[in-house]
Design a protein around this ligand. Structure first.
Ligand SMILES: NC(=O)c1ccc[n+]([C@@H]2O[C@H](COP(=O)([O-])OP(=O)(O)OC[C@H]3O[C@@H](n4cnc5c(N)ncnc54)[C@H](O)[C@@H]3O)[C@@H](O)[C@H]2O)c1
Length: 321
């Protein structure tokens, strides 16, 4: 009895790096709802205090300003490592810092996990597949990544972080979980980060032209943030032998043009859809194969695109006023 109480307590202190960001803030909320003690660490590069201001009065929530490229000494039982700018505009603004955040950040958080014998989860990305030659992408696909392009700081940084996670697992028997996250959207996305969902919604609400790169026939799959957070929590709870990498995303594909048209309809916007050339290394198709997540922890996304977009549009209507 005593032993099981100690064990329950021992799994309760959770560190979320990048916790004041878009996904991180929803994860902090969810962990608090699960009665965890949450330590949110962020340097506010792309995240904001506002994203977590509603949590500051929670007795089990703590916010710490810290840059993960520097060592961190805290006592926790589990670590979700989300710290890293995620949109091309932000990660290309200071590419050296992006690689440092991915690589040094991973080294620092893995070192902390090793010292504490804590389970650590890495927010990796579908970008490790680069411009994929197979569809949909399965976890055993090694990717097709340009190592020297403008996106490489992020793609290769995340690939190197995965390498470090698996070396800590093999060399130090550390309990690791590697999640390859595909396009996720929802409230608290950064309004100016150039990501397609937030871009289109902001443009539609402001009545400015909606910019589609290429002819809009490239496809993406969009996962609503609550579905993604549910998957991260379930992944953390898998047995210590389960490491991933595991794809987390919504396998339902939409073309970029369909997305633009849906958003124009839902916002009753007068915006015109205009076409511009595709940026370098922009993949033409991106779709997760989520059979592993279905098998391992019976997960699949539940929120339909219309419903998720409605929540996101409402959020941007409130914040853009
Ligand atoms: N949103 C997506 O579609 C998506 C897709 C794939 C992977 N991911 C990964 O999920 C994680 C969260 O992404 P997000 O969409 O919430 O992005 P975000 O930019 O909103 O969140 C990242 C957070 O990390 C913080 N951060 C950045 N550098 C830091 C540093 N050096 N030290 C401490 N904090 C730092 C930022 O301030 C921000 O709060 C990222 O690691 C990202 O690569 C996201």
């Amino acid at each position: 009895m005593e032993g099981s109480r100690v064990r329950t307590l021992a799994e309760d202190r959770v560190l979320v790096t990048g916790g004041a960001g878009f996904i991180g803030s929803h994860l902090c909320e969810r962990l608090l709802a699960l009665s965890k003690d949450v330590l949110c660490v962020d340097n506010f590069y792309t995240g904001t205090r506002t994203n977590v201001s509603h949590l500051l009065r929670e007795p089990h929530f703590e916010l710490m300003r810290h840059d993960v490229t520097f060592p961190l000494y805290v006592e926790v039982d589990r670590i979700y490592n989300l710290a890293c700018p995620a949109s091309p505009i932000h990660y290309q603004f200071d590419p050296v810092q992006t690689t440092k955040t991915s690589v040094h950040g991973a080294i620092n958080m893995l070192g902390l996990a090793k010292r504490l014998k804590a389970t650590i989860l890495q927010a990796s990305t579908s970008e490790v597949y680069g411009d994929p030659k197979t569809h949909p992408q399965r976890e055993d696909y090694w990717g097709n990544v340009n190592p020297i392009g403008p996106r490489s700081c992020y793609d290769e940084g995340k690939r190197c972080a995965e390498t470090l996670f698996f070396d800590y697992y093999r060399q130090h028997r550390l309990a690791i979980k590697v999640a390859r996250i595909f396009n996720t959207y929802g409230p608290r996305m950064h309004p100016n980060d150039g990501r397609v969902v937030s871009n289109f919604i902001v443009q539609a609400l402001k009545g400015t032209d909606i910019t589609v790169y290429g002819d809009g026939s490239q496809t993406r799959s969009f996962c609503y943030v609550s579905d993604l957070v549910e998957a991260l929590v379930r992944l953390m709870d898998t047995s210590s032998e389960f490491t991933g990498p595991i794809n987390l995303g919504n396998p339902k594909e939409f073309t970029i043009l369909e997305l633009a048209e849906t958003i124009v309809r839902m916002t009753a916007s007068r915006s015109k859809i205009v076409f511009k050339p595709l940026p370098t290394d922009d993949p033409v198709q991106r779709q997760p194969d989520i059979s592993l997540a279905r098998r391992e922890f019976a997960w699949e996304p539940k929120v339909p695109l219309d419903e998720g977009l409605r929540e996101t549009i409402d959020y941007f209507k409130r914040t853009l006023q």
